[in-house]
Design a protein around this ligand. Sequence first.
Ligand code: 6R9
Length: 654
Amino acid sequence: MQREELMAETYPVLQSAESHALIDKAKYEKWYKESVENPDKFWGKHGKRIEWFKPYTKVKNTSFTGKVSIKWFEDGQTNVSYNCIDRHLENHADRVAIIWEGDDPSLDRKITYRELHEHVCRFANVLKKYGVKKGDRVTIYMPMVPEAAYAMLACTRIGAVHSVVFGGFSPDALGGRIVDCESTFVITCDEGLRGGKSVPLKANVDKAIDIAARHHVHVKSVLVVRRTGTDVGWASGRDFWYHDEAGTVAADCPPEPMNAEDPLFILYTSGSTGKPKGVLHTTGGYLVYVSMTHQYVFDYHDGDIYWCTADVGWVTGHSYIVYGPLANRATTLMFEGVPNYPDQGRFWDVIDKHKVDIFYTAPTAIRALMGAGDDFVKRSSRSSLRLLGSVGEPINPEAWEWYYNVVGDARCPIVDTWWQTETGGHMIAPLPGATDLKPGAATTPFFGVKPQLVDNEGKVLEGAADGNLVIADSWPGQMRTVYGDHERFIQTYFSTYKGKYFTGDGCRRDEDGYYWITGRVDDVLNVSGHRLGTAEVESALVSHSLVSEAAVVGFPHSIKGQGIYCYVTLMAGHEGTDTLRQELVKHVRAEIGPIASPDKIQFTPGLPKTRSGKIMRRILRKIAEDDFGALGDTSTLADPAVVDDLIANRQNKE
Ligand code: 6R9
């Protein structure tokens, strides 16, 4: 089938899902209506899905104008780790909370809720022993091991605010994040292990601490979890082994009562300008929202085995490996490895091994595994699977079809979940049993979410339309501020379209009211489902001594979704060679991390600029897309000849 035909296809709600799904069409309509017409009543009711030490009397107190203030359940008190662990102990202490599947297929572990309680309490007591207090920021730089979840939950237990930094980020990127939130306590591993290769996490932390010290932030303690047992550098008095410490503290730690609006975590994410922003989420609303979306979007039934393949370093790992599933007493699978190790059938083997019911991954992985051929899938039975999920970028209809027919044997609905670090949880996604599916559409909004499409002037578009996606009112999982810079929060999200939260995404709404996300409309790249600011890559490039100027744009990439195309102007007298290209790739990887590796580097004597000196990115994008027949108006260029040179020397020729 052609792409357009696929996109016009409707997959009615599946019988298998419908027969026992939590939400049906009528219930969705009714609940949705109430949720947007009377949010106080709706969330007042559903806020009770978590346990409160002190019940809230106020529900919603939010404003998207002026100083922008977002408060939910503001006079309630609760604790996240209590909700994710303690409250399940009375009747379900022996249920497996975490299944850990190692990089090496012969390694796995099962941790029950009872064991999770002890691990998290000990972890929390070690933090306390080293002086970590409520409100302190703790940086977590860990691979996918259960201790990463223990560390996060331990912070929430004592009211410390965690900042998890993805283990693939460089020492520079880690150092910058330590500085931004002035964090003086770091938790890491000796090394990580992915696809049989080790990642020098502790060594990176050592470098990051030196970088932070140059910016006057002094890390006092580093708690190190042993994973591979390799020798690592050691600063005595500063560095401590977790396995030495855990035995010295009590196995119980009372959960700290937290106000609903107390900070829970900071997570850095890329924007269209400047350095990454510290997205701040708070306690009560976040937990209500992630647990509710986890239950209804994944149609989670008690006892299901649930697997999200994300890394805890991203928001998907926070909300849908750790907090949502554990709040719902789920069994959540944590996978240390990669999809193609030992071979391309690993995901499907793991599904059979642990009898996974619900599987949630990213389009980039689906496309890569689709390219490996069906045999890797077909050698597994996948008979335990009931539901598939997708997240991180638009899923192309071809990949959707393959996921549906080959992986899901045309039995499992696919929930394509659109959301962001900023939104905390799912915003637009089908509900199994309630929503007919269309390949490539994120479909309809979750309860309480009011999407709108606006044109560039901010006019609200009705009916079937194409525009910029905004959200007209607050929902409990929304970020509350940019850590340490509320003005930037207002500027970034609420100033483009007054009084509305601007997502940065383009979107089409069809005749059935379905939402189709078309990708970012700002200078944010989405490479293999990872967010990257073009400005970050540009600043990494110009920090090389031979680079005078750089402009970075995305281009369509068959596996990664988007690839990174860099236009580079060198310092006078230097020649662009292949060796220099390789050196620049290495340089960017060292500055940011491997996820930011440039795919193409084009050396150019100049960049296309307007007379006022603004780089015309539209032109650069077109050339990178190999679509230079349609460059549009180039009359405002200061030097139109630049364009001919750019086209002649483009790097995307077959
Ligand atoms: C959860 C997450 C957010 C950006 C978002 C959008 C893209 C995420 C998507 C999707 C189309 C989906 N995105 N899910 N686009 N369909 N189902 O990925 O958060 O890393 O902050 O990225 O990712 O462009 O704006 P984050």
